[in-house]
Design a protein around this ligand. Structure first.
Ligand SMILES: Nc1nc2c(ncn2[C@@H]2O[C@H](COP(=O)(O)OP(=O)(O)OP(=O)(O)O)[C@@H](O)[C@H]2O)c(=O)[nH]1
Ligand SMILES: [Mg+2]
Length: 348
């Protein structure tokens, strides 16, 4: 009998324990499942929201050489008055990055006068951002019934054709129809190169034989765009001629043709190669005198430590930098944005 009681007691205890365990399991299960479910919306939001951050990060990587020059400024500590020693570092860094003597001196004056209440990198960041003008919008639409024409001008090798290819892709991807005009008839390979970009980007192209009149090519391109209801013509031009006045005369003629109805030149973009530093500025002055430039495209910013040239260009020429090239790939052209640019040099 005693044995029977003991066996019954053991059965009751084991069954009770199993219920407790089961209950515990049943109670625990939803708790294990719930956290990931609750976290889902947060994950989705962070996945879809951070595009600008990613862009900034990639800009910083592309501008690594220029950022490297600013390492010494970023590591300067201290707030309040800026010491002579610190000013020397800032001066050296700005000159090395090709900000230019005049702009460097005015920045040093400002640091001396206002000090650096939040640190030197922060003070320099504010001064550089403030040095940029506000209006850098690009016009993509012409007046009613007319075709918007963008002319790309600049000396040979700066990146005109490549920039046109990148923009054609960008606008094509946005659903706009684009036509490329092979206005560089100086050598046959120029039109071939543009045609490759047309194929890659899905844009149409009008080209002619080597030595053809560039004005006629642009005229035909506008006519075709108008007939086909294509809103924008990106016109390439030659970067070389026997001499520079010859080149500029030709550009003036092309411009005149392009601005005749149904065409309307809404942007004339001077393409400059950032790796040539201050030389780009003297080149630019020649073009500005002749070509009614509305904006600068600064290419090859990825391959140079002289990123400060952007600051010098805007200050000295008074023309906005509208796009910067940061690589040879089709997506390596970005709309220039002063905050993102300065942060890529001086951001933590
Ligand atoms: N790294 C880098 N290379 C670039 C960039 N833009 C253009 N290039 C390169 O620069 C070289 C010259 O570019 P092109 O587009 O042919 O220059 P272009 O002004 O049309 O030259 P011409 O037709 O001779 O007047 C090419 O090898 C391009 O790949 C850029 O932003 N970054
Ligand atoms: Mg070219």
């Amino acid at each position: 009998m005693i044995v029977l009681y003991v066996v019954l007691a053991v059965i009751v205890v084991v069954a009770g324990a199993t219920v407790v365990v089961r209950r515990r399991r049943r109670v625990r299960r939803p708790a294990l499942v719930a956290p990931p479910r609750a976290a889902m919306p947060e994950v989705l939001v962070t996945e879809s929201a951070p595009m600008p951050v990613l862009e900034d990060a990639s800009l910083e990587t592309r501008l690594a050489s220029s950022r490297g020059v600013f390492d010494r400024v970023r590591s300067l500590s201290g707030v309040g008055d800026v010491s002579a020693e610190q000013l020397n570092v800032v001066e050296e860094v700005l000159l090395r990055s090709d900000v230019g003597v005049a702009m460097t001196n005015s920045i040093l004056d400002e640091l001396r006068t206002n000090g650096a209440p939040d640190g030197i990198a922060a003070a320099l960041r504010t001064i550089l951002i403030d040095s940029f003008g506000g209006d850098r919008d690009v016009r993509t639409d012409a007046d009613d019934g007319r075709v918007a024409v963008w002319l790309f001008v600049g000396v040979n090798g700066v990146g005109k054709t490549t920039t046109i290819g990148k923009l054609a892709k960008k606008y094509h991807d946005q659903g706009r129809s684009v036509l490329l005009a092979a206005g560089d008839t100086f050598r046959a390979a120029a039109a071939d190169q543009l045609e490759e970009w047309a194929t890659r980007s899905g844009a149409e192209i009008v080209r002619a034989h080597e030595g053809a009149d560039p004005g006629s090519v642009v005229h035909d391109a506008i006519g075709r765009a108008h007939a086909r209801n294509i809103g924008i013509v990106l016109a390439d031009t030659a970067g070389r001629r026997a001499n520079s006045s010859n080149l500029l005369d030709e550009l003036t003629k092309v411009r005149r043709v392009a601005d005749r109805e149904p065409g309307e030149v809404v942007e004339t973009l001077l393409v400059l190669d950032a790796t040539t530093g201050q030389n780009a500025l003297s080149q630019a002055r020649e073009f500005l005198a002749a070509a009614n430039v509305t904006g600068i495209v600064l290419t090859k910013l990825d391959g140079t430590a002289r990123g400060g040239i952007v600051v010098a260009i805007e200050r000295d020429l008074g023309i906005p930098v509208k796009f910067v090239g940061v690589g040879e790939g089709v997506d390596d052209l970005i709309v220039f944005e002063p905050h993102a640019f300065v942060d890529s040099l001086l951001g933590a």
